[in-house]
Design a protein around this ligand. Sequence first.
Ligand code: SAH
Ligand code: SF4
Length: 438
Amino acid sequence: MKFWIHTYGCQMNVRDSEAVEALLEAAGHVKSVGEDDADVVIINSCTVRQKAEEKAIGKSGYLCSKGKIVGLMGCAVKRLGEDVFKKLPKISFAVGPRCFGLIPKILAEGRYPCLEVGDNEVPEGLDAHPVTGRAGTFAAVQSYVTVMIGCDNRCSYCIVPDVRGHEWCRPADEIVAEVSCLAARGVKEVCLLGQSVLRYRGSDGTSFPALLRRLQDVNGLERIRFTSAHPNGCTDELVAAYRDCPKVCRHLHLPVQSGSDRILADMGRRYTREQYLAAVAKLRAFDPEIAVTTDVIVGYPGETEADFEATRSLLDEAGIDNSFVFKYSPRPGTRAAARPDDVPREEKERRDQVLLADQERRGLRRNAALVGTVRDVMVEGPSKRNKARLAGRDTGNRIVVWDCDDPAASAVGSIARIRVLEAHPQILVGEECAENMV
Ligand code: SAH
Ligand code: SF4
């Protein structure tokens, strides 16, 4: 059959969709050119905020009305359970985020309608990667690798532990084997995924920094990224791994959520503003250029103007390089959802806009400090906005673009040395260094 997968939500979902793609290819199915052309369309859903869930359900409903075999997978399935059929009476199958490995079997048996919510199982195919149709694209040289699934942190606002289940770490040997196999196939950059990767602990006792050290030794691999990181895991052992492992990119995505101690305590984040700043300072003491990015929630229950101002000042004090701002959305069953969602919608919107404007200013200031420096940039391909330019990322995950005679012919995954000429809030514009031009 011809299949198509639509993915909503985080990188973990992107990775799970890739695994499903690989499992379906292995079972003899073929990826279609688009959803219209597909016999089966699978929607990988997110439920971290209500809007995210509504998008996936809306898309599925639309596809069901087109008479296709439609399957829903991911976090919304686990949250909705049997209610999936109330929202989507014509859906063929629905599988939770820890049982996507069942999809090929469900299709083979034609067992519709079918619901597999799952609980804490380890999905089949965690190491399955699609291979077809990727040559020459960045997807052929960059790969996500799952190192942990689930989460046991139980932050007050978050539904992830309910839908993704308990934290489970993959054995270190399995992760190293997967990365080695990817590198042998030409992958240059891996991004290790988990909800809280710094909590990683392999069954043989391997810590996350120790895992980084093992991956540093994988031949052919050039860059190692990871996400997300809880600030409490920012230890000396982690900094030492950064120092000793040049393949580990100089970037840390360190979600802070709020700059107000009162709100942080209520969220159950288990760190204070000062501790967050100390974690960032520790990283910057090792490398002043290390990029620190973050997630923030605005309009958490009871968030006052003073709490919000504390968040603004924290992001500035920490010199955050990029931030992702989320408007608080109550999620059923979470501790925070028991409290009134008392920040009005317009006020959440205003706080969101204020933080975005702050980020533009701060991003410009931080990027301006890099003008004149030379960055090692991994080539991703022609820039989406201007096809006469090449685009890629530096070790800090900053987007860099530069003029190039023949962008379409450039080797994706190669490293270019680019001198930064201009800074913008979200990108750096540069030129290729003379030493590169042969
Ligand atoms: N495990 C990751 C985050 C996963 S969810 C971590 O802790 O770093 C991704 C982001 O969504 C969170 O960092 C948070 O900023 C946001 N988020 C989670 N629940 C939310 C909610 N109920 N409302 C708004 N944003 C939320
Ligand atoms: Fe949610 Fe907190 Fe777990 Fe992140 S660490 S997934 S925010 S409960």
